[in-house]
Ligand binder design. Structure first.
Ligand code: FES
Ligand SMILES: [Fe+2]
Length: 349
């Protein structure tokens, strides 16, 4: 069995669109300081954010034709981290042996730039494939936020139904005393939840997402170590995915890239209607996230003070399975090798 560590996974370091030809971005993943830029061929590059010379941060440097020049004494680096110029050495530079800064594996996929910090590890771990990215009839809205809590608590929040009536009253759901049941399965390094009996309990969103009060299908998934996927189908032709990629900057600091992907029939086909749809989703999505930012920061402060000793309800069976996958990684076990587990849960919202 191959050992797996958190460094073996691919984490989002930037959106493709923010990494323009002359952008130099400073990022942090798992406490590693990174500089992100595009090389001469436009391919993304990620180096440790530390100049080899006197350790100035390379993210303060300037990029010219894909070569990154340190702001302190002008050492220049290519996309592989190779030093290609040292001004103080003049012509002698050519005789000095090759110098190379720490560079990391990079991939660009579905409008994201991903980094992997480890040089070794399983080759079958790939970046999460964003559903319907680039497909006809599908549109996407992206939001980026930083949470003062860890990846596991963020991910659990994003697929936690009972909190929605307390933290997002009226926007997302309304408390009705409604009984909800769901099937939960842990398999292949993921936890899947299939809800039954969700009908019209979507608060303000209902008027927009489900105006005819059609049937609602709701599935949630967690993919270890850091992706949650919420999928709604309203009536015959409206679908909405909320995909959150939670990137651990530090133990209690998580940068979350939220993608709202939707196909709303006529709404997403018409340019004018889609402009409105996009605006509503962006505004409402951020309003919901703002409430979670506060709830998770509050929880984070209590965890810092007293540690973790959670009590669980039936609905929390989802979180217990999520935590079992995270615990496997913490022990160096590939979470995909854990045995399949299933449960039926019921709770009231
Ligand atoms: S510290 Fe970067 S060139 Fe000197
Ligand atoms: Fe929430």
């Amino acid at each position: 069995m191959t050992a797996v560590r958190r460094e073996h996974y691919w984490y989002v370091v930037a959106e493709s669109r923010e990494l323009t030809r002359d952008a130099v971005l400073a990022r942090k993943v798992l406490d590693e300081w990174l500089v992100v830029f595009r090389g001469p061929d436009g391919a993304p590059a990620v180096l440790r954010d530390r100049c080899m010379h006197r350790h100035a941060p390379l993210s303060k440097g300037t990029l010219r034709d894909g070569v990154l020049q340190c702001a302190y004494h002008g050492w220049s680096y290519d996309q592989h981290g190779v030093v290609v110029a040292v001004p103080a050495e003049g012509e002698r530079f050519k005789q000095v042996k090759r110098r190379c800064a720490k560079a990391f594996a990079v991939r660009e996929q579905d409008g994201f730039v991903y980094v992997r910090l480890a040089d070794d590890g399983p080759t079958d771990i790939t970046p999460f494939a964003m559903p319907h990215w680039g497909e006809d009839g599908w549109r996407h809205v992206r939001l980026v936020n930083t949470f003062a809590n860890n990846v596991t608590n963020c991910a659990e929040n994003f697929i936690d139904v009972p909190h929605t009536v307390f933290v997002h009253p009226g926007i997302f759901r309304v408390s009705h005393g409604q009984r909800i049941t769901a099937d939960v399965t842990r398999t292949g390094g993921s936890v899947h939840v299939h809800y039954h009996g969700e009908t019209d309990n979507l608060g303000w969103f209902r008027r927009f997402l489900n105006p005819d009060g059609g049937s609602i299908q709701h599935r949630d998934s967690f993919h270890a170590p850091n992706v949650t996927e919420v999928e709604y189908t309203f009536g015959p032709d409206r679908r909405l995915y909320i995909i959150s990629q939670s990137v651990p900057e530090e133990d209690m600091r998580t940068r979350v890239y939220t993608t709202l992907s939707y196909s709303f029939g006529i709404f997403s086909r018409s340019r004018v209607l889609d402009k409105i749809t996009k605006r509503v989703l962006r505004y409402q999505g951020q309003a919901v996230i703002d409430q979670d930012l506060e709830a998770l920061a509050d929880q984070g402060r209590v965890l810092d003070k007293y540690g973790t000793d959670f009590q669980n309800t039936s609905a929390d069976a989802i979180h217990v399975l999520v935590e079992s996958l995270q615990a496997a990684i913490a022990e160096g076990t590939d979470p995909r090798t854990l045995p399949e587990r299933s449960a039926s849960i019921a709770f009231v919202i």
